[in-house]
Design a protein around this ligand. Structure first.
Ligand code: RTP
Ligand code: MG
Length: 145
């Protein structure tokens, strides 16, 4: 039998406020496209408390929750929907480990991020971690897509 082709899927990528402020939006989009994924939607948005409460519901109550929300409110975020076979784990690979100090060179966080001495890890990007998260997060950031 032929090996089956992975299904085309969509993921939500965010260039967080640190990435937008540092002028790295284009670099992140370039890496997504260079990998062979397709951009479906790209929009610069100012997040709201309500949107972030929904987006980060799984982290509510954790010690880093409020600093994370405050950081995400600190400036505009570039919200992106990317599409392709295996794009959900594929973008997580492109992004690298959550902590930029530990992220491998070659990844977005490994090449472009570091520890800035702040409590919340300013790690440049977000990527959905499962098909369920992707569907939920795309619905939050791009209602109607
Ligand atoms: P993301 O959701 O942003 O793609 O990153 P992730 O899956 O690698 O990390 P996650 O565990 O979902 O955490 C969400 C974001 O919260 C911040 N964080 N700070 N111990 C800490 O101070 C801490 N842990 C997580 C990071 O910005 C992380 O991306
Ligand atoms: Mg996560």
């Amino acid at each position: 039998a032929e090996p089956s082709t992975p299904a085309v899927e969509r993921t939500l990528v965010l260039v967080k406020p640190d990435g937008v402020r540092r002028g790295l939006s284009g670099e992140v989009l370039r890496r997504i496209e260079a990998k062979g994924y397709t951009l479906v939607a790209v929009e610069l948005k100012q997040a709201t408390t309500e949107l972030l409460a929904a987006h980060y519901a799984e982290h509510e109550g954790k010690p880093f929750y409020q600093p994370l929300v405050d950081f995400m409110l600190s400036g505009p975020t570039l919200a992106v929907v990317a599409e392709g076979q295996g794009v959900i784990p594929g973008f997580r690979s492109l992004a690298g480990a959550t902590n930029p100090t530990e992220a491998a060179p070659g990844t977005i966080r490994g090449d472009l991020g570091r520890d800035w001495g702040l409590k919340v890890q300013q790690n440049l990007v977000h990527g959905s971690d499962s098909t369920e998260s992707a569907a939920r997060e795309i619905g939050l950031w791009f209602p109607g897509l």
